[in-house]
Design a protein around this ligand. Structure first.
Ligand code: CTP
Length: 282
């Protein structure tokens, strides 16, 4: 008699607004706590009621989460808090074993814990929140970059004042990323496999700044053209030269992790040149 081991199904929810590698890293850790990862994407209305309006719509957030390599299933329009009714539907209909969230406190507007019921039921597990990035921080960086561009324009249009340089460096420093790239994190995100002997390798390059639903779509289409998708991520300098001061918003290593987290991507070149060279294709 064949005795199959029960597959552990875990659930993680979130807003996943302006999806970043912190979200991807949370889902990677959640997946490692089970065999199948089901992700609940919180509805626009619930985000408005609990945190304020999201930048991305439900459709865009859903496309981003569905494109991640660790995600097996998604539940659209999930509630912000784990209510009794929703928890029962997770256990009975979706066959969930554990509910997972980052180790940061997740409080409702009334001060209570959004995961209290799951904790009492003994079905809650925690993962480590990734330092140095958040949706709020990214919005801050976008605003600082706009301010820099404006300051630059004013600087060009008016004669320079003695304090100008000082002001510029001040606004610049406000959106410096706190992210420290480690080889371990890159290994955790990569597939660790090269192309097979007869594989058709497809190459696509770009900035992939503020990874969005359009990127997921183009990477999906590119992957369909062959057997192995190699993505070249342009250096910060190249992106800045082509898009202007204040760009990119996310630096090279952050952009590389977001691309690596996408399920259609097999390998990335961290700091690809603008032009495709013979060395790269042979
Ligand atoms: N998360 C994480 N590391 C981050 C940001 C989020 O591990 N830097 C985790 C959260 O703990 C949560 C999941 O990702 O389990 C989804 O987070 P989300 O609901 O989108 O919102 P926040 O926790 O508020 O994160 P952010 O401010 O970046 O939107």
């Amino acid at each position: 008699k064949k005795c199959e081991k029960k597959r552990i199904r875990v659930y993680m929810d979130g807003c996943f607004d302006l999806m970043h590698y912190g979200h991807a890293n949370a889902l990677r850790q959640a997946k490692a706590l089970g065999d199948e990862l089901v992700v609940g994407v919180v509805s626009d209305e619930e985000i408005v009621a609990n945190k304020g309006p999201p930048v991305l719509s439900m459709e865009e957030r859903l496309a981003l989460v569905s494109g991640l390599k660790w995600v097996d299933e998604v539940i659209a329009n999930a509630p912000y808090a784990i209510t009794e009714k929703f928890m029962n539907s997770l256990f009975n209909e979706h066959k969930i074993d554990y509910i997972i969230h980052g180790d940061d406190p997740c409080l409702l507007p009334d001060g209570t814990d959004a995961y209290a019921l799951a904790k009492t039921a003994g079905r809650y597990k925690q993962i480590k929140r990734t330092e140095g990035v958040s949706s709020t921080d990214i919005v801050g960086r976008i605003l600082s970059s706009l301010k820099d561009a404006e300051a630059c324009e004013n600087h060009d249009n008016t004669s320079s004042l003695p304090n100008d340089d000082h002001k510029e460096s001040q606004s610049n420093s406000s959106h410096i990323s706190q992210f420290l790239p480690t080889s371990r994190r890159i290994v955790q995100f990569s597939n660790g496999k090269g192309p097979g002997p007869n594989a058709r390798v497809v190459y696509i390059d770009g900035a992939f700044d503020l990874f969005h639903a359009g990127h997921v779509e183009i990477l999906r289409s590119a992957r369909q053209l062959g057997d192995f998708l190699l993505v070249g991520i342009h250096t910060d300098q190249i992106v800045s030269e082509h898009r202007g001061k204040g760009h990119p918003i996310m630096h090279l290593h952050e952009r590389s992790l977001s691309v690596l987290a996408c399920s259609y991507v097999d390998e990335v070149i961290i700091g690809a040149p603008w032009e495709v060279t013979r060395d790269m294709v042979c």
